[in-house]
Design a protein around this ligand. Structure first.
Ligand SMILES: C[S@@+](CC[C@H](N)C(=O)[O-])C[C@H]1O[C@@H](n2cnc3c(N)ncnc32)[C@H](O)[C@@H]1O
Length: 179
């Protein structure tokens, strides 16, 4: 019995270590840790998105998918990109119970085509925000909303800024032509 318990503890520790090693590798690759947006902030972001069933939205680095599931309640079609595989499993598992028109892709969003989306959610660190705008400027749907938790896009003036507790939300409109 003691041997079995010891074996199980070692197994759990091994699984956690493997997860930690993978997580550190992802972190090294993306430079962005997984920090979920709190529910009140996510709710405000969804409200600001003004989604309906005709619209499409994306969360760039969707973590465990709370924001995507909340936004999916509107009936809008949503996509979450996430590189950390166990988080994508969690996202897909939770959606199997709720059945919203959302999907999760284990892909690097920097390689994605984002022109179809009316709303782009993000919670990315400053360097990634810079890279996001240099990568996608001129390649997004004109008039699409970009809703960023905490970090602004340099060189672009927000249409709106909201404060929820200690968090800031920036709302941008993709210009019709590149500024
Ligand atoms: C700060 S968390 C935000 C999670 C979620 N969007 C939220 O607001 O709760 C950023 C997430 O982006 C993911 N990520 C970072 N770079 C990525 C990339 N290039 N492609 C896909 N996911 C990425 C990270 O793994 C992390 O889970």
């Amino acid at each position: 019995m003691v041997n079995l318990i010891l074996f199980l503890i070692i197994l759990v520790l091994l699984a956690l270590s493997i997860f930690a090693v993978f997580y550190l590798l992802y972190l090294f690759r993306t430079g962005i840790p997984f920090v979920p947006t709190s529910k009140p902030v996510a709710q405000k972001m969804v409200e600001l998105a003004e989604l309906d069933a005709e619209k499409k939205f994306v969360d760039l680095g969707c973590g465990e998918g709370t924001l995507v599931r909340m936004a999916g309640k509107s009936g809008a079609h949503g996509v979450g990109y996430e590189l950390i595989l166990p988080l994508v499993w969690l996202c897909r598992g939770a959606n199997r119970l709720q059945k919203r028109p959302i999907e999760f892709r284990t892909e690097d969003f920097f390689q994605a085509e984002l022109k179809e989306f009316d709303v782009i959610f993000c919670y990315l660190w400053p360097n990634a925000m810079k890279k996001f705008w240099t990568t996608f400027e001129g390649k997004l749907k004109p008039g699409a909303r970009i809703i960023s938790h905490q970090f602004p896009i340099e060189n672009l003036t927000p249409e709106k800024t909201e404060i929820v507790g200690k968090s800031k939300i920036f709302v941008y409109r993709v210009p019709a032509t590149s500024p």
